[in-house]
Design a protein around this ligand. Structure first.
Ligand code: ATP
Ligand code: MG
Length: 442
């Protein structure tokens, strides 16, 4: 039957899929989450095809723990919905189902065929509603995916792995290879350039030459991607555990310039100086935190990524006679608003970056009860960590950083310090301010 399909479909010269039986690969069911197994079996028992696909199959084959489990099926979204009471359909451009078990969400998507839209997986561009529910067969689905290593299917029917695109060979060789014509696939969706770098670094793979070559020519295409999608991608790039190496590779391919134009310009000017060092320390810290299972805050990363452009802008304001704090506030506005036109960052993150930057000035106020107040600032810890980072990077703040470090280790210092200079104020308060502050209670 396979042969008939191949000969009748002459426009697509596709080899027969390779089927790797259970005995010849290392994926076993006890590495697959219970929820994902439930989904696979319920689909199968409902008479549908059910496969694990994408990152989870790739990671399991490589002996890595998958981040999440995606399922592909020939069941239509409405049929999936009927099968799972704990599911809901999401997505305007293409509908897929989220099946929820507690905190875990299994994404179930119906096989789709290749089509000529510019975005395959991202956020929809404003006002652009694309007719994108072109369903297909499993082999259509395999060819529309991005890289060969992301296009392997684990079949719950017989526990085999199905490979239409030569993904197994590339997994073994450690190669990131686009499926199909690389230029065309990048033009269809330029975010694939970032994905190529991300997967290469994460897996320790090489980008295969034909997949690599167009990147140098096509970087500018990324500038047309909706900023919200670029930001989502940045989060994946810098919080995946290999931020430092990812940054270096993004610079190598000149992709970093598209994501952070102001930072890249500063790096060009001051290569080898502060900015590079600060950023490298920040990204290195991020990686260590992730390795230790600690949370990382995108706001902190943004503060580090934009620190030097912000500082340079603030310096220019200070030269016009503005105070340091006012200059920092104005510079933050300018730098952040330029950046959001490229990567649309949620306000809570940009606000954190602003707070961290402001604190760099405010942390210098170590007299009287200022330290006490600063310690209660909700972003104090982030501000202090940033100060340490600047010191590590060679900025001249060591004395100040040490002062705060000593204080944090000996909080009793505060009582001694606070009692002295604020005494006159206490007396004054007793006189008028206290009374006027809380008259209803008295
Ligand atoms: P991760 O470990 O980062 O989750 P992943 O491979 O699962 O890696 P996802 O972004 O979760 O990546 O996407 C799931 C799958 O969907 C991919 O493995 C790939 O097959 C397909 N896919 C995702 N984005 C694209 C894209 N831009 N173009 C084509 N296929 C894509
Ligand atoms: Mg995934």
């Amino acid at each position: 039957m396979k042969t008939t399909i191949e000969t009748s479909n002459v426009s697509r010269i596709q080899p027969r899929p390779q089927v790797i039986p259970r005995a010849e690969h290392n994926i076993s069911r006890d590495q697959i989450s219970e929820s994902a197994l439930k989904v696979l079996y319920r689909l199968k028992n409902g008479g549908y095809g059910a496969y694990l696909v994408g990152g989870s199959v790739r990671d399991l084959l490589l002996g890595r723990e998958p981040k999440d489990f995606d399922v592909a099926t020939d069941a239509r979204p409405e049929q999936i919905r009927e099968l799972f009471r704990n599911s809901r359909l999401i997505g305007r451009r293409f509908r897929l189902a989220h099946v929820r078990y507690g905190d875990e969400i299994i994404e179930v998507s119906t096989f789709r065929a290749h089509h000529n839209t510019f975005e395959d997986e991202g956020v929809v561009a404003e006002g652009r509603i694309l007719q994108d529910n072109v369903y297909g067969t499993i082999d259509d689905d395999a060819w529309r995916r991005d890289f060969t290593v992301n296009s392997l299917y684990y079949n719950i029917e017989d526990f085999s792995v199905i490979d239409y695109v030569g993904g197994m060979k590339d997994i073994r060789a450690g190669r990131i290879r686009l499926i199909g014509n690389p230029d065309q696939r990048y033009i269809e969706d330029p975010v694939r350039m970032l994905r190529a770098v991300r997967f290469a670094v994460k897996l320790g793979f090489r980008i295969e030459p034909e997949t690599e070559e167009p990147i140098f020519r096509l970087t500018e295409l990324l500038a047309d991607i909706p900023p919200a999608r670029l930001f989502e991608e940045c989060i994946k790039l810098f919080t995946g555990g290999s931020a430092l190496q990812t940054f270096e590779q993004l610079r190598h391919y000149d992709l970093f310039r598209i994501l952070f134009p102001q930072t890249d310009a500063a790096l060009q000017m001051q290569e080898g100086g502060f900015p590079h060092t600060l950023l490298i320390h920040a990204l290195g810290n991020t990686d260590s935190r992730i390795a230790e299972g600690k949370p990382v805050s995108p706001g902190f990363l943004i503060a580090a990524l934009l620190w030097i452009p912000m500082l340079e802008t603030a310096r220019a304001y200070m030269e016009t006679g503005l105070s340091e704090l006012d200059s920092i506030n104005l510079a933050s506005d300018v730098v952040i608003s330029k950046q959001v036109s490229r990567t649309a960052m949620p306000r809570r993150y940009t606000q954190m970056a602003r707070d961290i930057w402001q604190l760099q000035t405010r942390l210098r106020r170590i007299k009287g009860n200022h330290p006490q107040k600063l310690l209660t600032h909700p972003k104090f810890r982030a501000g202090y960590d940033f100060l340490l980072l600047r010191t590590e990077a060679g900025e001249n703040e060591k004395e100040l950083a040490d002062w705060w470090t000593t204080l944090l280790a000996n909080p009793e210092m505060l009582n001694a310090q606070a009692s002295r200079p604020s005494e006159p104020r206490k007396r004054r308060r007793r006189g008028g301010r206290n009374r006027s502050r809380k008259p209803p209670a008295e």
